[in-house]
Ligand binder design. Structure first.
Ligand code: HEC
Length: 151
């Protein structure tokens, strides 16, 4: 985890994100109280941790952009998307492969200070690319990711 953050607020968000559930919708994951112990031993995959780090980073980016700041660096190691272990049931499918590089480029373009494209448009494009992959590869977090869009 320690590699993905470079500021205290981001770290706090990241810790917060760790308590969120994975691909399934909350309703599906919720179990009767007596079975709770099953979920206390849930271990997120390396990819799930990285996804949560990306989420936390974009929460921070959204705030920055709304406040009129211009992001100048992208601290995440997006190459992790090519190497991180995924949890059972997930793999680098053809759909994954068709979306991942487009996403990486769009996430990096947000901190490209030489771009002529409007900052908010670049940011929303990256978030829409999260959503594009999630539509087939991991539907649970979609409502949460949608909230990252800047209206
Ligand atoms: C190329 C496809 C793809 C892209 C792009 C992508 N995701 Fe994911 N995401 C996945 C997959 C697959 C998983 C499940 C990983 C696992 O469980 O190992 C996942 C899991 C998640 C999770 C749940 C993690 C957990 O705790 O289980 C969140 C939150 C998430 N992604 C947010 C994002 C955000 C935010 C972005 C964009 C900044 C993004 N994703 C971009 C495919 C993608």
């Amino acid at each position: 985890m320690v590699f993905y953050y470079n500021s205290k607020p981001l770290f706090a968000l990241l810790l917060g994100a760790l308590f969120l559930v994975g691909c399934k919708n909350k309703e599906e994951v919720k179990a009767p109280k007596k079975e709770k112990v099953v979920y206390e031993i849930y271990q997120p995959s390396e990819m799930a941790n990285f996804m949560n780090a990306m989420y936390a980073y974009n929460v921070q980016l959204k705030q920055q952009i709304i406040e009129g700041e211009t992001p100048t660096m992208m601290p995440l190691d997006l190459m992790k998307l090519h190497s991180a272990e995924m949890s059972n049931g997930h793999e680098r499918s053809a759909v994954w492969n068709s979306f991942v590089n487009v996403f990486i480029e769009s996430q990096q373009s947000i901190a490209d200070t030489l771009s002529n494209v409007d900052l908010k448009a670049r940011y929303n494009e990256a978030i829409n690319n999260c959503l594009a992959c999630h539509k087939t590869e991991c539907t649970g977090p979609i409502p949460k990711i949608k909230k990252l869009l800047i209206q």
